[in-house]
Design a protein around this ligand. Structure first.
Ligand code: ADP
Ligand code: MG
Length: 270
């Protein structure tokens, strides 16, 4: 299946008179996990919506800059064409279809995908392997799943299009720590299968454990970026996003990312 490289350059976006992103540039190398950290209202969801071309569904627009996937422009296409190009988004707040069954939710995820039926069958097998509970609950209404299971379904639905780049909008939000950690493990597994990942999170400890490279977004601008291990070790990130009192989480994050084998590959490819 393989991954894809994303390049966002000087992105400007907003909602009518509200400016949300100013000159944001971000790279996701092929096969990498990159995270964008930022508090509420920083512009994280706007960034993902600009990439997936879904800003207009929220009354927003991209007014400057460019987004390319493997060098080909994504901007100017419709949202369906972006999915067909290999980019799937797991939206903020999961947004599963509560009254539909689990299997119909997954089927909906395959709608925009290119490729033969066999590719969809393979995608479904992959999703069921990653999340056996989605096979067990196939006939159940999605709204009856727990929060963590709904997040699994949202990720599974996005994987049904066999994306080469997965966009994740705060997948750990509202989940108990253990469930958030499980989602984290799954993200690593999905990435291990070759899919590039752009993860936006307020949960910096989790995100920095998974990512090789990180950006900090503050009120619509990138204020800090670098290898995740360096950000995890920086005083500013520790204070603002990992919390001064949470020294253990900061240490864990920097140790885990320092040991991450893909780190040198990112640096090589720069
Ligand atoms: N649908 C919308 N209509 C108007 N303004 C919005 C909308 N969505 C987000 N915004 C504004 O855009 C800015 C960035 O928001 P958002 O991208 O949702 O941030 P984050 O995801 O980091 O919390 C905020 O000022 C927010 O109020
Ligand atoms: Mg958001």
């Amino acid at each position: 299946m393989g991954g894809a490289a994303l390049a966002v350059r000087d992105l400007v976006a907003g909602y009518g008179p509200v400016s949300a992103l100013r000159d944001v540039s971000i790279d996701v190398p092929d096969g990498a996990v990159v995270t964008v950290l930022g508090g509420n209202g920083a512009g994280k969801s706007t960034l993902l919506r600009a990439i997936s071309r879904t800003l207009s569904f929220h009354g927003g627009a991209m007014t400057g800059g460019s987004v390319t996937l493997d060098g080909r422009p994504l901007d100017g296409r419709g949202a369906d064409r972006v999915v067909a190009a290999g980019v799937s988004q797991v939206p903020e707040g999961r947004q599963v279809f509560a009254r539909m069954t689990v299997e119909d939710n997954l089927r909906a995820g395959a709608l925009g995908a290119r490729g033969p039926r066999t590719a969809k069958a393979a995608a479904l097998r992959r999703v069921h392997e990653l999340f056996p509970v989605l096979a067990e609950r196939a006939r159940q209404q999605a709204g009856l799943l727990s929060g963590g299971e709904q997040q699994m379904l949202a990720v599974g639905r996005a994987l049904m299009a066999s994306p080469r780049l997965l966009l994740l909008d705060e997948p750990s939000l509202g989940l108990a720590p253990l469930m958030a950690a499980r989602i984290g493990d799954t993200i690593r597994e999905i990435n291990g299968q070759g899919t590039s990942v752009l993860l936006v999170e307020q949960n910096a400890a989790l995100a920095l454990r998974l990512a090789t490279h990180a950006y900090v977004l503050e009120v619509g601008e990138v204020t800090l970026s670098g290898p995740a291990a360096e950000l995890a070790a920086s005083d500013e990130v520790r204070r603002r996003y990992l919390g001064v009192v949470d020294e253990t989480a900061a240490d864990d994050a920097s140790r885990a990312t320092a040991a991450h084998p893909v780190l040198s590959r990112w640096e090589d490819s720069r």
